[in-house]
Design a binder for this molecule. Structure first.
Ligand code: SAH
Length: 221
């Protein structure tokens, strides 16, 4: 167990167990996802102790640079959807590394995780966390994720954790046959989580639910 993970109170296993009970009540059923989120110390993805004490609340929290770590329910839901792709998911691309929490969850379930982040200091913090936690199947790139990461594609699944107003064509192009894109789409006031499955010669889109992500921004910072 990690040294920082031996804390008591809000950062204890019991707090994480309560989060799992809540996720189940919210409709998360995939045991693989629940097991990983039960194990992974979410508080270590927070930048200060005050926020770490709130890490298991079901709310998005600030991670600096005007960005947020997604609430546990959203991470669980998106991961569940990724794992339900028609083909086995061995390679996944994430756009928006942020704190690194979503990528860490994926890395415990999927062979290879690629993640792109446009804000360099956030990427560096995430890299350090993965190193400390010995999560060494995650590769990071500092770039505008709307371009995807062509070099390592195609991907069995792509998960986007910031919302564009329109789905970037590059991401669709980098999906493997029968692959799946999970992406929030829309502006600040009107966003829905969508699933796009690459079928033979066309794409099938399903709208999941209303969500609220930070915007997918152009360029690097
Ligand atoms: N998955 C993250 C959620 C972070 S919030 C986590 O688990 O913590 C969304 C992230 O997307 C932010 O870090 C933001 O900087 C990043 N982002 C926004 N637009 C982007 C773009 N065009 N390319 C790559 N990352 C982007």
């Amino acid at each position: 167990m990690l040294k920082q993970d031996q804390g008591i109170g809000m950062t204890s296993q019991r707090t994480r167990d309560r989060m799992i009970t809540r996720l189940k009540a919210q409709g998360i059923t995939d045991e693989r996802v629940l097991d990983v989120m039960k194990m992974l110390p979410r508080h270590l993805f927070m930048n200060d102790d005050v926020l770490a004490s709130r890490a298991y609340e079901d709310t998005p929290l600030a991670i600096g640079y005007n960005q947020t770590i997604s609430q546990p329910y959203t991470v669980a839901k998106m991961t569940e959807i990724v794992l339900a792709t028609k083909i086995p998911v061995r390679r996944v691309l994430e756009i928006g590394t942020g704190s690194g929490y979503q990528a860490a969850v994926l890395s415990m379930l999927i062979d290879r995780v690629f993640s792109v982040e446009r804000i360099a200091p956030l990427q560096n913090q995430a890299r350090e966390r993965f190193y400390q936690m010995k999560l060494n199947n995650i590769r990071l790139k500092h770039s505008d994720g709307s371009w995807g990461w062509e070099e390592h594609g195609p991907y069995d699944a792509i998960i986007v954790t910031a919302a564009p107003e329109e789905i970037p064509q590059n991401l669709l192009d980098q999906l493997a046959p029968q692959g799946r894109l999970v992406i929030p789409v829309g502006d600040k006031n009107n966003q829905t989580l969508r699933v796009i499955d690459r079928a033979d010669g066309h794409y099938e889109e399903t709208v999941i639910e209303t969500v609220s992500f930070v915007p997918l921004l152009a360029g690097q910072a």
